[in-house]
Design a protein around this ligand. Structure first.
Ligand code: C5P
Length: 311
């Protein structure tokens, strides 16, 4: 949806929406949802207000520590638009799978999570599988695609996607560490993260697009229903990421994302005109095998550790 919203043919002189404003809107929606969730957790607005005062105003250290992942996410969320505007969808999707590897490396460095050989093998299998699945689900070329391609700068797109991969792994594991090291509510952690994320994304918007926003149609120029759908998807997807990281971990999150690509392709098969190819089926089989393999390697690894602790 995100890429489609950047390249969809527009009628007449309708401008393209400004990506940095979409990032800001997604951050605002996330903060509002987190506030409502905190309220429902604490059962009253006054308790919610006291918790906010205690955890944010009287204890700003935690919010400051969360500025690192939030700055990275703000940059990453802008870089993704840059990458998607400058790369073909397939190239983007393939290179973005490198985040599976960067997440595993940062899990090791930041969370001291040691993976055994089988688990590294499963991660490699997952990368190959999801790449095969993605190559075959590339979009149909549109008649005016040539003009769009000429405006693209693939090198810039590639640098953007590689930087996003490193950011995704580091920020994800850093946030996971902070979430799991204390008993602070996940919604509070997200509010602490969201405050600086909103600040950073406003700075990014003002520094890069102030002229365009001021001179032309304001913040919401070029917005359509599709833009709002992309924004809501980004906001709710981000909160889902936080939930998965809390109850599972970042590596499992990447497995879940890969499996979801296959599930959505199966949905497309029934509802749209998606014809799976041999490569797709092979990729899907690799992803499923990798997921099973990682899970069972994880289980036996855990049993081994328990055994070592007992003896
Ligand atoms: O690709 P990746 O999984 O790194 O993307 C994570 C996304 O989730 C980012 O868009 C980030 O802004 C969002 N996120 C969030 N809240 C969190 C953690 C991640 O909104 N607590």
């Amino acid at each position: 949806m995100m890429r489609y919203s950047r390249i969809v043919p527009r009628n007449g002189d309708q401008p393209l929406y400004i990506a940095s404003t979409a990032v800001v809107m997604a951050e605002i929606i996330k903060l509002l949802v987190c506030l409502c969730m905190l309220r429902s957790e604490l059962k009253s607005w006054s308790l919610c207000r006291s918790a906010l005062v205690k955890d944010i105003i009287y204890n700003p250290n935690e919010t400051v520590r969360l500025m690192t992942p939030s700055a990275l996410y703000a940059i990453q969320n802008n870089l993704l638009y840059l990458a998607l505007s400058n790369l073909e969808a397939a190239t983007f999707q393939i290179t973005y799978q490198l985040k599976i590897l960067s997440t595993a490396i940062f899990s090791n460095v930041l969370l001291n999570r040691r993976l055994n050989q089988n688990q590294w093998f499963a991660l490699g299998l997952l990368m190959v599988g999801v790449t095969l699945v993605q190559i075959t689900t590339r979009e149909e070329e549109q008649p005016d695609m040539e003009a769009i391609k000429q405006e693209q700068n693939p090198m810039l797109g590639l640098m953007a996607v590689l930087a996003s991969c490193i950011s995704s792994g580091f920020a994800g594991c850093y946030f996971e560490r902070m979430l799991k090291q204390s008993s602070t509510s996940m919604w509070m952690r997200n509010i602490q993260l969201g405050i600086s994320a909103l600040g950073f994304s406003i700075i990014a918007m003002v520094t890069s697009d102030f002229q365009a926003i001021w001179r032309h149609g304001g913040l919401f120029q070029g917005y359509t229903i599709l833009t709002w759908m992309v924004i809501s998807n980004q906001a709710l997807g981000g909160l889902l990421v936080a939930t998965v990281v809390k109850h599972a971990d970042n590596i499992l999150k990447n497995f879940a994302t890969s499996v979801s690509i296959i599930l959505s392709s199966i949905v497309s098969f029934y509802f749209f005109d998606f014809q799976p190819t041999v490569m797709f089926v092979l990729g899907a089989m690799l992803v499923t095998t990798a997921t099973y393999f990682y899970g069972s390697a994880d289980e036996s690894h855990r049993r081994q550790l328990q055994h070592q602790q007992q003896t």
